[in-house]
Design a protein. Structure first.
Length: 246
C-alpha cells in the first residue's frame, strides 16, 4: 500500500499533519468500523511510532479518540446528553431533549441535619434539610448520581412527592411556589469511587464529572446539589461571540 501523503518539507510538523489527516478521515466516516492501531498508522503514513504517538496524544487531549497504553486507540463515543453552560438547567429536561427516556431510582428522601451542607447554604449547622438522592437513568442506563439538599422550612412539601419520573424543579415550583433564578456551578473531572462506579455501571477507563451547584431564588440560597455524572455520556458545551476591542 502506498504511504499516505505528508509534506515532509513543509513548515507544519509531521505529527500535526498526521493529526489533521486523521481528523479529516474521522469526519468522513472512514473509521466508523474501528480506529487503526499505532503500528498500522506507522505503516500507512511511513512515519515513526513517536510521530504517531504525538498525533494521538493531541487527539486524546481534544477528546476525539481514546488512546490508552497497551490498548488499540478507538473513536470517542458521542455524548448522549449535552448541556450548555451559562444557563440555569434541569438534568431532567436535558435528558428529555436528547430524546431519551428519563427515570430516577430514589435512594434517599428524608430530613436530616448536615453542618457542612448547611454552611454552603448559609444556615446554622443544626438546621433541618430535605435530602434527596437519586440514581438518574437516561434511556434505561445509569447517567448520574444526584444528591440535593434544601432547607426543610421551604422544601418539606417535597417529602410526599414521587421523583421517579419528574423534575425536582417542577415539583418545587408546584408545591412551594419557589422558582430558582440563579445558580453557581463548579465542574471538575474526577475518578469515581468503587461504589459510585458500581452504581453508574462504568468501567475503570471512564472518568466522571463532579458538579457542585448552589441555587438561589430571589437572592436566598435554597439548593445545594452534587451530581456525579458519567463523562462518556454527558458533555457541557459553550458558545461565545467575539467582542470588538477598543
Amino acid at each position: 500500500m502506498a504511504a499516505r501523503a505528508l509534506d515532509r518539507a513543509g513548515r507544519a510538523p509531521l505529527w500535526r499533519q498526521l493529526q489533521d489527516d486523521l481528523v479529516a478521515r474521522l469526519r468522513s466516516g472512514e473509521f466508523d468500523r474501528g480506529f487503526p492501531g499505532e503500528l498500522a498508522l506507522v505503516d500507512d503514513y511511513r512515519v515513526s511510532r513517536h510521530t504517531v504517538r504525538q498525533a494521538l496524544h493531541q487527539l486524546r487531549a481534544d477528546g476525539v479518540v481514546v488512546a490508552e497504553r497497551g490498548r488499540q486507540p478507538r473513536v470517542s463515543a458521542a455524548a448522549d446528553v449535552e448541556q450548555p453552560l451559562d444557563t440555569l438547567y434541569s438534568l431532567f429536561a436535558s435528558v428529555e431533549a436528547a430524546g431519551l427516556e428519563q427515570r430516577s431510582v430514589v435512594r434517599v428522601l428524608d430530613v436530616r441535619a448536615d453542618g457542612v451542607i448547611a454552611d454552603q447554604l448559609g444556615l446554622e449547622g443544626s438546621t433541618p434539610l430535605v435530602h434527596l438522592e437519586r440514581l438518574r437513568l437516561a434511556g434505561g442506563e445509569p447517567l448520574a448520581i444526584d444528591r440535593v439538599w434544601l432547607p426543610a422550612d421551604l422544601a418539606a412539601p417535597l417529602l410526599a412527592a414521587d421523583f421517579t419520573r419528574t423534575s425536582l424543579y417542577s415539583v418545587l415550583t408546584e408545591r412551594t411556589g419557589i422558582r430558582l433564578d440563579h445558580s453557581r456551578e463548579t465542574i471538575k473531572a474526577v475518578v469515581p469511587t468503587a461504589a459510585e462506579r458500581s452504581l453508574l455501571r462504568c468501567g475503570p477507563d471512564v472518568a466522571c464529572l463532579s458538579i457542585h451547584r448552589l441555587g438561589r431564588a430571589q437572592g436566598r440560597p435554597v439548593e445545594w446539589r452534587h451530581t456525579m455524572v458519567r463523562g462518556d455520556r454527558y458533555a457541557v458545551t459553550t458558545e461565545a461571540k467575539a467582542t470588538r476591542s477598543r
